[in-house]
Design a protein around this ligand. Sequence first.
Ligand code: ADP
Ligand code: MG
Length: 294
Amino acid sequence: ATPTSILVSAGKAAQLGMLFRTGSALQTLEAVRVVVFDKTGTLTLGRPVVTDLLPVALPPGLSETALLGWVAAVERRSEHPIAQAMVAAAEACGATLPEVDDFRALPGYGVTATVAGQALAVGTARLMASLDIALGPATATVEALARAGKTPIYIALDRKLVAVAAVADAVKPTAAAAVARLRAQGVEVAMVTGDHRDTAQSVADAVGITEVIAEARPTDKAEAVRAFQSRGRVAFVGDGINDAPALAVADVGIALGAGADIAIETADVVLMAGDPAGVSKLIGLARATMRNIR
Ligand code: ADP
Ligand code: MG
């Protein structure tokens, strides 16, 4: 391989807003067999809005607005897009945000903290399970939300489920075409997400992806990439802290420009515009470059 052609292509790529962080990425990209996308912030806009707050068993004297204020007080410390949505919703309702202690962010799970002397947990079913919180009374509600493509968020106080919130996050306008173009290039496309199974399926249907792995923790995402590697080279495309392990394991890690610092630092290529359609352009460029060299 002549380094000059690769340099020329890297320059061309940079003009298109594609930055190579490792020299070998272009060669590896040429023969990518599977592209695995993260969902939230990668195929979706990553700007969720809170659509529902459904009480399950609110403690006496705590209104829905007050609870939203408590949730936002904790989420204010998290950089997750869902956290930002919760804070915006609380502000829109004029809720008061109290002081919180013992804040913990658990990537891929949610957040926990102490508020007004009580243990508040906000996040996935798996987070609730890890705290021994029973979800039975909310099952039907959660399934209806998830089938509508919304992400259910469990809210527990002192190890009791008190409410379920939902956030909706629109699919990026270019996502479906990006998937179709990769298929036309002969590349297999899959999605891996920490989100609820039904929510994940709804987004996958909207963009035309049939292989979906849901409710995946950050280490599960990396494990999924490894499993796909039995088919050939795998590119992983993601934007979050939770995507860093998968970006590291993939043959080519592709981060979106607006992503978390750790995602960008772990990636081989950065798509500055955050457009999933950049992936097929990258593969096209890689193939053209390597053809030139031979
Ligand atoms: P994705 O894989 O879709 O990018 P994440 O791994 O970041 O999603 O998160 C997985 C799930 O964990 C989210 O769908 C959400 O239910 C929950 N979660 C993560 N962070 C938070 C948070 N700060 N507040 C509430 N829920 C959260
Ligand atoms: Mg993401």
